[in-house]
Design a protein around this ligand. Structure first.
Ligand code: INI
Length: 154
């Protein structure tokens, strides 16, 4: 039997982070959490590229470009989508989730999902560095593990 398991060392790996400016007062906490996780696990700051986009809907465009570049060990996508008065947020959430899922399932570059989709500002805040943790940190940890799994399967 052969068992493959990713390590949690980010040493020597290159990460791309796509982060949306919409709800920036929360997404900046996700970004801070993601960078903190990567550097604590051995990534060098010079090996982390951050791309800001206007909103979650635009994350897929950049993630696809970065995935095609061949530069990255893994990509981390960060955004905050909060329910509003209309169903608009459902379309934004559905689109970004589908696009990231598609890029991921191509099996070329692992993409992790640090997108908070919440019914309220309170729920979103809880997941952006307060009592329910930091989804950016979690997405970065998954990116490290997936980058390692991907290397081992090559
Ligand atoms: N973008 C978000 O990142 N979060 C949201 O909650 C949100 N809502 O609800 O409207 C949102 N909309 C903007 C969208 O992502 C695009 O940037 C915009 O439609 C321009 O294409």
């Amino acid at each position: 039997m052969r068992v493959f398991e990713g390590s949690l060392s980010a040493e020597g790996k290159v990460f791309g982070i796509v982060v949306s400016r919409f709800n920036e007062f929360l997404t900046k906490n996700l970004l801070q959490g993601a960078i903190d996780c990567l550097t604590r696990h051995g990534a060098m700051e010079k090996d982390i590229d951050v791309v800001w986009v206007p909103g979650a809907f635009e994350i897929g465009f950049v993630a696809r470009k970065m995935a095609s570049s061949g530069r990255y060990s893994a990509l981390i996508c960060l955004g905050v989508i909060i329910r509003g008065a209309t169903v608009h947020f459902e379309y934004v959430a559905g689109q970004v989730t589908r696009t990231l899922g598609q890029i991921n399932s191509e099996g070329i570059v692992p993409v992790t999902y640090g997108i908070i989709i919440a019914d309220s500002l309170e729920q979103a805040t809880e997941r952006a560095g307060t009592k329910m943790g930091n989804k950016g940190w979690n997405a970065a940890l998954s990116a490290i593990e997936m980058a390692s799994v991907n290397e081992k399967l090559k």
